[in-house]
Design a binder for this molecule. Structure first.
Ligand code: PEP
Ligand code: MG
Length: 571
């Protein structure tokens, strides 16, 4: 077989043909969006040790490389300041490493002892990189990978290699890894998407790509071998799939998807970057309630600042049985990673009540529901806590306990959480030392004893759906009682104020996550309550922000006071 290297080798023509076929490669969805373009392979250096010359000239080369990089990073800084000020601290932290006097001193010593500039930088940085990469902590491992990338960039600069960013316009950049300054400058040059071989979900690559709204798939190990320069690519930053050589049909399908997303993004881009701030400067964190898979993409698109409520029991309703620990772990990890570094709040299974899986309880709304159900089924609770703890490697995870009435209930969950974390440690896992544990305030008992709950809880989340149901004794899902189900009843608001004041006294954050948050008529009263977080269905986030930005916090407080005193809403 001509040109073959072994018995089973594919003939070159056939190999070339198979390379031209559509192939889908799956890795990690790091930044949502669809990018379609030709691949540009981006590799900053092949790090070879240069032979050492005179120490003085090696030191000069080192200083010249620092200058090249400093000017590149400062350029990136200007772009970042204009387009995504949120990422400035990341760019600055790299600039600090570059000009760190301790690093410079160590490099100088190594050069004086006979090393080349390249050898000196490697001698100094490699032990630190190795230490970080061997760490059991995910975030430290990520920092190790980034420092490695920094080293590669430094070695390239020592060979006076400046990157030609002009060829990146409209391209999908395929790289081993990328430094923050490279990402900023690639974005500036019009690159439409990123694919990297390394990098984790907690890496700066991910955070930057998200901030700059550059679709990205990361952790595709075979990126540089499976993709060739000029290959047509589709990057699906929602599912983590890269399609090489898409057929015309696939391409058209993704173009339609991209165009509709881009149209909405253009409309939303400016607005989703603005804070939810009142005219007199009070800020609110607007988060998403997640009840279905579609909610996740929508939440990312509208710029939700995290998830205030994941209704984990939806898994149970989808599957028709309780999900296994592994099924839960997969879903929780995906959510935690996709929203990193924003917080993701997993509410423990809220079964019972109108969400009764088997419908056998005579009076389900007052039955074995929420935390009562969980404490009666400790194996189920333990499995869920294990899945959440394992998924919480990114440290942006919170746990919310439904239907709490007493501090003792919350304490039992906390004890079990501690025990499960210890079990995982024995098994060699590294669960976070602690996760914030919050109480849902959704019964009058919880609101009235909020001071006691605040001693055990790390945060509160007020669930107005159930708080209304239980305060007014009106079944929330009874069609004929809809007119009596009134979340604007002053009693509901007196209870909410009580919970907020208790949270204030213990300095714990408090949010509201019931359907009321989406109600236009409630916004001013909710602003007046002065909670930190508002969580609602993703589609309601943009209109909510719009309303908040036109309100005055002081006037809203005044309006709430009048409402509580008079018992009626004045217009
Ligand atoms: C609530 O009760 O307000 C709430 C957010 O939880 P759920 O609607 O899932 O009961
Ligand atoms: Mg509820």
């Amino acid at each position: 077989m001509e040109g073959s290297s072994g018995e089973y080798a594919v003939p070159p023509a056939a190999e070339a043909a198979s390379r031209r076929q559509e192939r889908a490669l799956k890795a990690i969805a790091a930044s949502p969006g669809i990018a379609i373009g030709q691949a540009v392979l981006f590799s900053p250096s092949g790090a070879q040790l240069e032979k050492s010359r005179e120490p003085a000239s090696e030191w000069e080369r080192y200083c010249a490389a620092v200058d090249v990089l400093r000017s590149e990073w400062e350029q990136a800084r200007v772009v970042a300041a204009a387009e995504a000020p949120g990422i400035l601290p990341i760019v600055d932290s790299y600039l600090r490493v570059l000009t760190d006097p301790v690093l410079q001193e160590q490099v100088q010593h190594a050069i004086a002892a006979g090393a080349s500039a390249e050898g000196a930088v490697q001698q100094v940085l490699e032990p630190v990189i190795g230490q970080l990469r061997r760490s059991r902590d995910l975030l430290l491992q990520e920092r190790g990978m980034e420092l490695e990338q920094f080293l590669q960039r430094f070695l390239a600069a020592l060979r006076y290699r400046r990157t030609d960013y002009r060829r990146m316009s409209g391209a999908v950049v395929v790289a081993s890894a990328l430094t923050p300054s490279e990402i900023v400058l690639l974005h500036r040059s019009g690159a439409c998407g990123l694919v990297t071989a390394v990098g984790g979900i907690a890496s700066h690559t991910t955070i930057l790509a998200r901030s700059l709204q550059l679709p990205a798939v990361i952790g595709l190990r075979e990126a540089l071998s499976a993709i060739a320069e000029g290959d047509p690519l589709v990057v699906d930053g929602y599912s983590g799939v890269v399609i090489v050589n898409p057929t015309p049909l696939t391409r058209r399908r993704y173009e339609r998807h991209r165009d509709s997303v881009e149209w909405r993004r253009r409309v939303l881009r400016r607005f989703s970057q603005l804070p939810a701030q009142t005219t007199d400067g009070r800020c609110f964190r607007l988060m998403a309630n997640i009840t279905s898979a579609q909610d996740v993409d929508e939440a990312l698109l509208v710029g939700a600042e995290g998830i205030g409520l994941v209704r984990t029991e939806v898994l149970l309703f989808q599957l028709g049985r309780f999900p296994t620990e592994e099924e839960q772990f997969q879903w929780y990890r995906e959510l935690a990673e996709r929203f990193y570094p924003q917080p993701v709040t997993f509410r423990l299974f809220d079964v019972g009540g109108e969400k009764n899986p088997d419908g056998t309880e005579p009076n389900p709304a007052l039955g074995l529901r929420g935390v009562r159900f969980l404490l009666a089924h400790p194996e189920l609770l333990r499995g869920q806590l294990r899945a959440i703890l394992r998924a919480a490697r990114t440290r942006n995870v919170r746990i919310l306990v439904p239907m709490v009435n007493t501090g003792a209930e919350l304490q039992q969950v906390r004890d079990m959480l501690g025990a499960v974390a210890r079990e995982l440690e024995v098994l060699g896992e590294t669960p976070p030392a602690s996760l914030p544990l919050g109480a849902m305030i959704e019964t009058p008992a919880a609101a009235l004893s909020a001071d006691a709950l605040a001693r055990v809880a790390d945060f509160f989340s007020i669930g107005t759906n159930d708080l209304t149901q239980y305060t007014l004794a009106v079944d929330r899902s009874h069609g004929r009682l809809a007119e009596f189900f009134d979340p604007f009843h002053p009693a509901v608001w007196h209870l909410m104020v009580r919970a907020v004041e208790a949270a204030r006294r213990r300095s714990i954050p408090v949010g509201v996550c019931g359907e009321l948050v989406a109600h236009a008529g409630a916004t001013e009263l909710l602003v007046g309550l002065g909670v930190e977080e508002l969580s609602t269905l993703p589609a309601a986030i943009v209109p909510l922000k719009h309303r908040i930005r036109r309100l005055s916090f002081q006037q809203a407080q005044q309006r709430l006071r009048v409402f509580l005193r008079e018992g009626v809403l004045t217009t």
